[in-house]
Design a protein around this ligand. Sequence first.
Ligand SMILES: Cc1cc2nc3c(=O)[nH]c(=O)nc-3n(C[C@H](O)[C@H](O)[C@H](O)COP(=O)(O)OP(=O)(O)OC[C@H]3O[C@@H](n4cnc5c(N)ncnc54)[C@H](O)[C@@H]3O)c2cc1C
Length: 138
Amino acid sequence: MGSADVVYASSLKDLQNQSGIAADLVDEVTTFNANAELSLTDEFGRVLGPGDVIEGPEWLAARLRPGLAKNFGGVWTDMQAHVLDEYGQVIPGLYAAGEVAGMIPGGGSGTGFSGSSSACYYGGRLAGANAAADATAE
Ligand SMILES: Cc1cc2nc3c(=O)[nH]c(=O)nc-3n(C[C@H](O)[C@H](O)[C@H](O)COP(=O)(O)OP(=O)(O)OC[C@H]3O[C@@H](n4cnc5c(N)ncnc54)[C@H](O)[C@@H]3O)c2cc1C
């Protein structure tokens, strides 16, 4: 059972050997559990309690990687979802909406707006409708 990113073992020592984790897992978990039993804080300042004690018999290590969930930025647009150039001028025929445009038409991220799918839907409908109107007007 397991994969390159997930390792199962029946002891902490085996988990350390199989996963390649550099830290001394037995020492780390022993210290963590002692702090938890006494309701002390861990090295990150989190308040622990007896319910936090980590126990076997099975042990699991999973490799985690950072990922980008939101960009809080993107191209500038006006309220019609036109993309603006560096001088704030409309780039004809270019529209953007959603995450790539700061989520809300008019530069939501720049105003502190943190984003939601409803703003993306709204901007997408606006950009699509305006792009279609452009196309049929030509
Ligand atoms: C973990 C998480 C939790 C969230 N929770 C909430 C929430 O509770 N409520 C809420 O309102 N919002 C939430 N959001 C935000 C919301 O999901 C996003 O803001 C929204 O989905 C963005 O929509 P979008 O269409 O702009 O981008 P996306 O949904 O990222 O769509 C972009 C699409 O473009 C495709 N694509 C990328 N490159 C190319 C290419 N070169 N060619 C063709 N296709 C391409 C991608 O595959 C993708 O399908 C959350 C986001 C995350 C990550």
